[in-house]
Design a binder for this molecule. Structure first.
Ligand code: GCV
Length: 632
């Protein structure tokens, strides 16, 4: 019987067309009847919308109506008597409405809907270098193959054309409207005329899809490129160079979005090199961009410069709070969701409580630097929703996501990592969407609408982030990763030649008495940076949520927790649970064989085996190490 079943599985699986994931969630059915599309406006954007509908919409007629009375980008889908009307304030809204209609078709049926984006800025941050390597990229090399872009003639290779088109379709389908092309650890060369002409080719290709191009800049660019002798933001030759550079960029790219800046952080140059403030630096760039309506996204991820020795998680507030109100009005402060660095779980970053007069945007990390990279199935939407439960989406002006995209066929490495790109876009449009709803629609579009598959894999996705926290660093442990690559566990990590903030032992502070970082008023006082009631809640051992316990407190090994077990016992419970969850995912995936094409099924099965091995390694290494202090 078992043998027969396996044969049946094999038969069904091989009948399902093998896929490489390159179509992402845009795997529209092939039986479109060539809908009639009527539009009251014409543009390259409308041509794309019309083409998508003709090829993929299975209804009879769609009307695209531009109504300038409506807000830009917003749209409504209305259906009556078999006819669908999409109404929007501009052509991009009509394109978004088109993709919404196709999504509805693939996920349960066309229905009326009216929607507007929560934020005007919904931006991917690529950490792509000009040599095609991708910092924290786990899906091959950069998709921006600069050699294959001819800036003089405004053309791209065949591969680039196809890749860029699919990139734009994917982003437009989830409402992403901006792309920072290069790494925040930026090469000054991106601002040379040669590169800018190539950037223009990309910007031209992105434009009809409503995607603006932004660039990360190196603060010392004018000096490194040999045009000035200093990069001091208050030096007039420097300011003049940036103004001329902005003029040049806007000549080429009239809708250029602006600059993203990492300054005086992790070795990057910045205004601090000249004893100037971040506001001095940001405002000088803002003045250059202002006549063109460009913006500066200035990162608050700054540590180790002016506040050496201070608890790293406190340094952003210490640095930027005194500058609040001193930034030009086209500067936005961009901060990571947590105060440390994209850990599997962090409390929210208190900078969002402390900055009142400067517009802020959140930076989320889609690439799984600290969450198993492209080898672990970890769905990140629940983590981002957790952040929104502390930091009101109303407070923000925009959302940035560090992209997980590379040049591999499947875009993101792990087939399920595509879900994180998708979820980022959906939440940037509407942070009120539930993680479940997003997982559900992504699964239906990416794999199949079969109920048994959606239910089983929806549950796996929803529990996967908590499982990852459990097998890596439960109960508020953080940054106990191996040096540099941040993949496996290294709780004993210490290197005298490295800044102490890069060493795991700095973060867990395990000793014979206990474990955890005392950040209460008895320790570094980081809890004081939070608004009430969190400041008070986190400060007390009795009220601190257990998921943040060792983030805020140094706790005795035999401390009795809410379930009556000791801290040490609970650590074991969490690590074991993380491992058994991944083992369960492997079993669930075995049952999914009939629903997935053989190529993607095998790929995920192999990855889950790796994830299980890794989870066991994390548990064993961490329990052995901490057990040696706990005397267990
Ligand atoms: C782009 C962490 C990462 C770095 C990254 C940095 C940042 O330190 O490990 O790769 O650099 O954050 O966000 O600037």
């Amino acid at each position: 019987m078992k043998h027969l079943l396996s044969l049946l599985f094999l038969f069904i699986a091989s009948a399902i067309h093998a896929e490489d994931g390159s179509q992402l969630w845009l795997r529209y059915g092939t039986n479109a009847k060539s809908a009639t599309v009527i539009a009251n406006t014409a543009s390259p954007t409308i041509a794309i919308a019309t083409d998508e509908l003709r090829q993929h919409f299975r209804g009879a007629t769609v009307s695209l109506l531009k109504d300038r009375a409506l807000q830009p980008e917003a749209f409504a889908v209305n259906t009556a008597d078999g006819k669908v009307t999409i109404t929007a304030g501009d052509d991009f809204g009509l394109l978004y409405g088109t993709y919404e209609l196709l999504r509805q078709q693939e996920t349960g049926g066309v229905h009326n809907l009216q929607t507007a984006p929560k934020y005007p800025l919904r931006v991917l941050n690529h950490w792509d270098n000009l040599d095609l390597s991708v910092e924290r990229g786990y899906a091959g090399k950069s998709i921006w193959r600069w050699e294959e872009i001819d800036g003089q003639n405004g053309t791209m290779s065949e591969w680039m054309q196809q890749r860029v088109r699919q990139y734009c379709r994917a982003n437009a389908s989830i409402g992403i409207n901006g792309s920072v092309l290069n790494n925040v650890n930026a090469s000054p060369n991106i601002l040379t005329t040669d590169y800018l002409m190539k950037v223009k080719v990309l910007a031209d290709a992105f434009r009809p899809y409503g995607i603006r191009v932004y660039l990360s800049i190196n603060f010392a660019s004018p000096m490194v490129l040999g045009a000035t002798t200093t990069a001091d933001p208050l030096d007039s030759s420097v300011a003049k160079w940036w103004c001329a550079k902005a003029d040049e960029i806007y000549q080429l790219i009239p809708d250029f979005g602006g600059f993203l800046v990492k300054a005086n952080s992790e070795g990057q140059p910045g205004p601090g090199d000249y004893h100037r403030t971040h506001a001095d630096g940001a405002n000088m760039l803002a003045a250059a961009l202002k006549p063109h309506k460009g913006i500066v996204m200035w990162r608050s991820f700054v540590y180790g410069a002016n506040h050496k020795g201070e608890d790293r998680v406190m340094q952003a507030v210490s640095e930027f709070k005194p500058m609040d109100g001193k930034f030009a009005d086209n500067v936005i402060l961009q901060s990571k969701n947590g105060p440390l660095d994209f850990q599997p779980r962090e409390p929210y970053a208190p900078i969002f409580d402390n900055i009142k007069k400067t517009p802020q945007m959140a930076e989320l990390q889609i690439t799984q630097e600290y969450l198993g990279q492209s080898l672990h199935l970890v769905y990140l939407a629940p983590m981002w929703k957790e952040f929104f439960s502390f930091v009101s989406p109303d407070l923000l002006k925009g959302i940035a996501g560090v992209a997980n995209i590379g040049d591999t066929d499947g875009w993101c490495g792990h087939p399920f990592s595509q879900a994180n790109w998708y979820a980022f876009g959906r939440l940037a449009w509407n942070p009120d969407m539930t993680s479940e709803a997003i997982a559900n629609e992504w699964l239906q579009q990416t794999f199949t609408g079969e109920k048994a598959f959606i239910e089983a894999m929806g549950e796996v996705m929803m529990s996967s982030r908590e499982a990852c926290v459990d097998y890596m660093m439960p109960l508020g442990l953080h940054h106990i990763f191996k040096f540099d690559h941040h993949y496996g566990p290294e709780p004993d990590g210490f290197k005298a030649e490295y800044p102490i903030e890069w060493c795991p032992v700095y973060y867990h502070k395990a000793d014979k008495d206990g474990v955890g970082f005392e950040r209460t008023t008895k320790g570094t006082g980081a809890t004081k940076q939070y608004r009430q009631p969190y400041s008070k809640i986190y400060d007390s051992l009795e009220t601190c949520p257990e998921e943040y316990l060792l983030w805020f407190h140094h706790v005795a090994w035999d401390f009795k927790m809410k379930n009556g077990k000791t801290l040490w016992q609970n650590l074991q419970v969490h690590y074991d649970r993380g491992v058994s969850e991944v083992a369960r995912y492997c079993d669930v995936w075995q049952q999914m064989r009939p629903y997935v094409d053989a190529a993607r099924w095998q790929h995920v099965a192999d990855l889950l085996d790796t994830q299980l091995d890794n989870a066991r390694e994390w548990r064993n290494v961490c329990l052995n190490y901490f057990g040696s202090f706990a005397g267990k």
